[in-house]
Structure formats: structure tokens, C-alpha cells
Design a protein around this ligand. Structure first.
Ligand SMILES: [Zn+2]
Ligand SMILES: [Zn+2]
Length: 497
């Protein structure tokens, strides 16, 4: 590798939004990984080979630690393969993420690998010994052999995306020139700051406080999922959800919401509880009161995550805390039923197929790539009384994207190799993405007192990155706003002269 140190390599989330994995290379012998996620849908690994999408295809010998921004599978899903490749370093996460991570990985491995339960348990036990929980906002030192004790310090800051999510500030001490780190220099003089945004939440994310920008950075690796879109504001979105419920349930059919287990599901439940609480015994349709609206949560993972969200309510925002103090149960209200066993799931699908009734079903996976939502879609997509509501980003090539795109034109979709005509109503409700929109992304940068001189846009489709780049060029005049490709290196020299 000829680039000067430090530099950044991108092993994922460069050509799309999944497979997040960035390597901060401090010198020839030391680097850390930020996230190690799974590629989803049609998105591929940096080599593009379908078969190699799980394997770690880069050299990990110098990787000393793994830092995780949050527990979505597209950020953590390849950890087992990282371990299989020989990684034995620590895994730094926030305290809530430390609890979420084993649950997420257990689910991912049970669904997506050929491993048996005892092998899965062994991997999780192994991982457990490496997990190193961090409090928000406090600096910690990452040991790098051969470099000064404080050569690399990091801290996790609230990202407001999902429970436990963080953006990560890294401070690299001293000049690292050709792998030679200068030790013992005054910290303020020659340190390089790098911020990895992870996924950022917006100001309207229910439950969690919005992220606050860091003071400043030299290099910013920034997500751009919604770099070309604006979300509705919170009240408008809730009003649209209410209107959609009224419209979709008019024919007494079922409303299916494919939702991700962590984040979106809890946001939706939170807003549904609010609508039901506010309407009380008002009539939704003749014969159906709001207070009788059935909400079925049919996802064991989402149910466990919802439980963890409830346990960790001290991380909720003030509004949510106030509701709890007022005796409400935003994530466990009376109208909500959790469907646990697979047998009950099949029974519910069958019952709804045979005699549809006005109910809201929240089931994963969010992009319809697997999980229990598939059985509902197969059973009910061809019934015009059914409605499907997308509340999150649908990656190219996923059944979710196909239904979203072709559903409104009466198209079709293949599920498990069988063609289904889409006669159900198809709707999209923006904003439940738990992602910052264009304005929030720009504000994240704008509010830094010391603007980055290099911004690397990742985790987004090309049009989103291009739109965001144009805006950021105004916010950070003179800075390089880059759209990196897989493994292209950042070469910004350390700050300070
Ligand atoms: Zn995420
Ligand atoms: Zn993500």
C-alpha cells in the first residue's frame, strides 16, 4: 500500500447502502474497522462476486479492533465471518448495543447460515468475551502495538438512529508518516480527527434524542441514504399514518407493514399507541373503534428488540419519558399482540387469508427478503382488500422494492420462485426510516464549528450522494467532497503544523 498514513479504506456501503465496513488504517501495522455489515438485496461485496458476499475478502492481519456504530445487520452481520477469518481483537460498542448485538447476530445466523444452534451458541460465547461496552461521550484508548499509548482514542456519541446507535469520533495522535508514528508530541499539535457518522437519525425520530454535531473534524465519513430526499415532519407523518389507516381499513382488509426489527418497528408502535390513545373510543369505521384496532407484532426478533427498548427507557427522549411517567406504555399497549411461535404465526396468516379483518400486521423483514412477512404477502398480496405499507428504504433488487415500484401499476413479484400478482394497495410512508433526511445531514455538517476538509459520502445510492455533495460544497467551501469507490484511500495529512 503506497498511500500515506493514516488513510481510510471502504470495504462496503460504497456502491449502495448495505455492507457497511470501513477501515481506518493508522500505520502499516495497525488499523481498526468501523462496522462489519452484511450486503443485502442486489448489492454486492467490493469484489462483486455473489458467492463472496459473506466472506471477509480483505487482509485483517493489521486490524486491532472493531468499532460498531449500531446493531443493524447491514452494519454487524458479517462479524461471525470476521471471527472465522481469525479476528481476535476487541469489539467496542455502546452499552445498549452490547445488549442488542448478541440477539441480532443470533437471529441473523439462525436465518442466514447453515450453522446448527450449538455452533451459533459457540460463536456468540466467543464474541461475548470480545465485546467491550462504552459509555456515551467518554474517550477510550485503543491499544495499537508499536505506537504511543494514546495513538488512537475514540468516543461514541449519540446518533439518534436506533437504540444504542452512535457516531464515532476518532483522534489519531501524532504524525503517521509512512507507518512511523511520532510519539510524545503535544496532543493539540498534530492530531487528526476522523468522524464516522454511522447511520444518523433525524430530528423527528420518535423515542430517541436527535444527534448533536461534533465540535469539528478533519475527515468525515458520512452516510447519505436520504441525501436527495426530505422527510415529512413528525406531526405530518403521524397524520398521514392516521389517514392511511382509515383508508386501508375501510374495506376491512388487513394492513401489512414490512418493518425492520430494530428502530422502525418501535417507532411505528410508538406512533400507533399515540393515535389510539388520542382517539380513545372514537370510531375508525362503523363497527370499529380506534381502541379496538388490532396491532399484531409478528416477529420474534422485533418482539425481543421491543422488550430491550422498554428495558432501556433511560435512553429515550424526554417526550417518551413523559408518556411513561403519565402511566402510558408506548411499546406495550393493550391493542398490541405479540405472535411468538411459528405455529401461531401460520395460524394467523391462515385466519387472515380466509376471513380478512381490519388489523395492522407488523412483520419482518423490512425489505421482504425473508422472514414472516413473506407468508403474509403470499397469502394476501392478490387480495385487493389487503394493503401493504412501506415505511423504510427498499434496496434495489429486493422484493420490497419490486412491490413498491410495480405494485401501484398492478404488476407482479416473485416470492420463493412463484409469481404473485399485486392486487393489494401499495403505499409508502416516508420518514419512518430512522434516518436523517437531506436537511438533517446537511445540518449535521453545518453545525460543526470546525468544518471537515474532507467528506467521504458512503451508504447511499449515487443520486443521493451527488445531491448531497452539491449542498456540502456550499457548506464546506474548499473541502473535498468525495464519493469513494470500494477501497479507495483517503490521504488527508494530519492537522497541525
Ligand atoms: Zn441502520
Ligand atoms: Zn445502515
Amino acid at each position: 500500500m503506497d498511500e500515506p498514513y493514516p488513510h481510510i479504506l471502504h470495504h462496503g456501503a460504497v456502491d449502495g447502502v448495505t455492507g457497511s465496513c470501513h477501515e481506518l488504517v493508522v500505520d502499516g501495522n495497525n488499523s481498526v474497522l468501523i462496522d462489519c455489515g452484511l450486503f443485502q438485496g442486489a448489492e454486492k461485496s467490493s469484489r462483486g462476486a455473489q458467492a463472496a458476499r459473506l466472506d471477509i475478502e480483505f487482509d485483517i492481519r493489521r486490524v486491532r479492533a472493531l468499532l460498531l456504530t449500531h446493531c443493524h445487520v447491514d452494519h454487524v452481520g458479517r462479524i461471525p465471518y470476521l471471527l472465522a477469518a481469525g479476528f481476535r481483537g476487541r469489539v467496542y460498542v455502546t452499552e445498549p448495543s452490547a445488549l442488542l448485538l448478541p440477539v441480532v447476530l443470533e437471529d441473523a445466523l439462525e436465518l442466514g447460515s447453515a450453522l446448527n444452534p450449538s455452533q451459533v451458541r459457540r460463536i456468540l460465547k466467543f464474541l461475548d468475551a470480545l465485546i467491550t461496552p462504552q459509555a456515551y461521550d467518554s474517550w477510550t484508548t485503543i491499544a495499537l502495538p508499536g505506537l504511543g499509548k494514546e495513538a488512537l482514542r475514540v468516543r461514541f456519541r449519540r446518533a439518534g438512529h436506533i437504540l444504542g446507535s452512535a457516531f464515532i469520533e476518532c483522534r489519531i495522535q501524532g504524525e503517521s508518516d509512512g507507518g512511523r508514528a511520532v510519539r510524545g508530541q503535544a496532543r493539540s499539535e498534530s492530531s487528526l480527527r476522523v468522524v464516522f457518522s454511522g447511520d444518523l437519525g433525524g430530528p423527528y425520530t420518535p423515542l430517541l434524542p436527535a444527534p448533536r454535531s461534533p465540535y469539528g473534524t478533519d475527515i468525515l465519513v458520512l452516510e447519505s441514504t436520504y441525501g436527495d430526499r426530505l422527510h415529512d415532519d413528525r406531526k405530518l407523518r403521524r397524520a398521514r399514518l392516521q389517514r392511511l389507516l382509515v383508508r386501508c381499513l375501510r374495506d376491512r382488509g388487513t394492513l401489512l407493514i414490512p418493518a425492520f426489527s430494530i428502530g422502525r418497528t418501535q417507532e411505528l408502535l410508538y406512533d400507533l399507541e399515540h393515535l389510539i390513545h388520542r382517539a380513545g373510543s372514537e370510531v375508525l369505521h362503523p363497527g370499529l373503534r380506534w381502541s379496538d384496532l388490532e396491532v399484531l407484532l409478528d416477529s420474534p426478533l422485533a418482539a425481543r428488540m421491543t422488550e430491550l427498548y422498554r428495558q432501556m427507557h433511560r435512553y429515550w427522549d424526554r417526550e417518551a419519558q413523559r408518556r411513561v411517567a403519565a402511566g402510558r406504555h408506548p411499546l406495550a399497549f393493550d391493542q398490541m399482540t405479540v405472535i411468538e411461535s411459528h405455529a401461531n404465526h401460520l395460524k394467523t396468516v391462515d385466519a387472515l387469508r380466509q376471513s380478512p379483518r381490519p388489523a395492522v400486521v407488523i412483520a419482518g423483514s423490512g425489505m421482504c427478503t425473508g422472514g414472516r412477512i413473506i407468508n403474509y404477502l403470499k397469502a394476501m398480496l392478490e387480495d385487493p382488500r389487503t394493503d401493504v405499507l412501506f415505511v423504510g428504504y427498499q434496496a434495489a433488487g429486493t422484493p420490497g422494492r419490486i412491490i413498491q415500484e410495480y405494485g401501484p401499476q398492478q404488476g407482479y413479484v416473485h416470492l420463493d420462485g412463484i409469481r404473485y400478482d399485486i392486487r393489494a394497495g401499495v403505499h409508502t410512508l416516508g420518514g419512518y426510516s430512522a434516518h436523517a433526511d437531506q436537511q438533517a445531514l446537511v445540518h449535521f455538517v453545518k453545525r460543526m464549528r470546525r468544518k471537515p476538509r474532507e467528506v467521504r459520502l458512503v451508504h447511499g445510492d449515487l443520486p443521493a450522494k451527488q445531491a448531497l455533495r452539491t449542498l456540502l460544497e456550499e457548506v464546506c467551501p474548499g473541502a473535498q467532497i468525495l464519493i469513494p469507490s470500494a477501497c479507495s484511500a483517503s490521504t488527508a495529512p494530519p492537522r497541525g503544523h
